[in-house]
Ligand binder design. Structure first.
Ligand SMILES: [Zn+2]
Ligand SMILES: [Zn+2]
Length: 361
């Protein structure tokens, strides 16, 4: 059976540009997509043509060797393997063509991406001030790493035999149903995970797994402004995968101890500050604790209890920002429970004076 010319299939000329080819394919894909009631075989035909003509290297070889020569060099899988349909399908349908390969070659195969290792989780508790200013902590946690002795190969001497299950090919055949009926699918060998090899002498250190569990020491940077329950992702510090590569990430949940002085609300901090009755009446300056140490706060005369004063930018910084929250000082006027006779005399006079002047009390 002679196949139709790829240029003819797409209805473009031999010297058409990539853009023209893409435009034409988009038009035809809209027409023939099986999800839109199009003919699957026709859709596959135009997609194959596009996969070849949109790839500079494949197009060159196709032009040079013609259909027959090209087919000898490329399998159907090869043709679709690295073709970029995602762009086009997100343009047309608003979502990627992730399952495109599966559509033609059955599910489960996809584009083989090496699996990442597992993500790991760790919890740490820090002081209130450490959260406010940022800190560095050394943490230790068990982590799966590539065995150092055998460099992750699992072999004691670096010698291997052929894997029995796939006869050294690293692949297995699988029969599956797809859009085009029963197809034979090539999958990665489960025994050797695609390497095609069997270890002759196992590495003693890792019992042939190529992996070891180590205690990882990590210097964890905790940014200023981190809040209770925040999570920090440390990229690439999780477990490695079965091949000893592509580690997952480490997620550290940070718990912040409460402060005895400050109460945090988002990036603002709040304190309660007692002041004397005379300071409230006469006004003056008081010292208040802040994250930066003691700070002077002006109390105007006639300040009522539970008046809240704001110290701008005395709060906690926002993570990765120069901005800061504020500090709020709630002043509580303290009524003395015990006074001496002299104080009593003075207050008696104070009361008489108040009555005379304002008719108060
Ligand atoms: Zn080893
Ligand atoms: Zn195998």
């Amino acid at each position: 059976m002679t196949k139709k010319d790829y240029y003819e299939i797409l209805g473009v000329s031999k010297d058409s540009s990539k853009d023209e080819i893409k435009k034409m394919y988009k038009k035809l894909a809209l027409q023939h997509h099986p999800d839109r009631g199009g003919d699957a075989e026709k859709f596959k035909e135009i997609s194959e043509a596009y996969a070849v003509l949109s790839d500079d290297n494949k197009r060159k070889q196709y032009d040079q060797f013609g259909h027959q020569g090209f087919d000898q060099r490329f399998s159907q899988e090869d043709i679709f393997r690295n073709a970029n349909f995602e762009d086009i399908f997100s343009e047309i349908f608003g979502s990627g063509g992730d399952n495109f390969f599966d559509m033609f070659f059955g599910g489960g195969r996809g584009r083989r991406r090496e699996q990442r290792g597992s993500d790991l989780h760790y919890e740490i508790e820090i002081e209130f001030e450490e959260a406010a200013f940022g800190t560095e902590k050394e943490i230790n946690y068990p982590r799966t790493e590539a065995c150092e002795k055998c460099k992750g190969s699992g072999s004691k001497d670096g010698k291997f035999e052929k894997c029995d299950d796939c006869n050294g090919t690293g692949q297995m055949r699988k029969i599956q149903q797809s859009l085009f009926g029963t197809i034979q699918q090539i999958i990665t060998c489960r025994t050797c995970h695609g390497s095609g090899k069997k270890i002759t002498n196992e590495c003693k250190e890792c019992s042939g797994s190529g992996l070891t569990s180590n205690i990882k020491e990590l210097n964890l940077k905790i940014p200023a402004g981190v809040d209770d329950g925040n999570q920090i992702r440390v990229s690439g510090e999780g477990d490695v995968n079965r091949e000893g590569k592509h580690p997952g990430d480490l997620y550290v949940t940070v718990y912040v101890k409460p402060s005895e002085i400050f109460r945090r609300e988002s990036n603002d901090i709040h304190i309660e500050q007692n002041i004397s009755i005379t300071k409230a009446i006469l006004g003056g300056e008081i010292d208040v604790p802040t994250l930066k140490g003691k700070e002077k706060l002006k109390i105007p005369n006639g300040t009522q209890s539970h008046t809240v004063f704001r110290l701008k930018n005395f709060g906690i910084p926002f993570v990765n920002s120069k901005e800061k929250g504020d500090q709020y000082v709630n002043v509580i006027v303290e009524i003395p429970k015990k006074i001496n006779n002299k104080q009593k005399d003075l207050l008696d006079k104070f009361e008489k004076e108040s009555k005379k002047k304002f008719g108060l009390f």
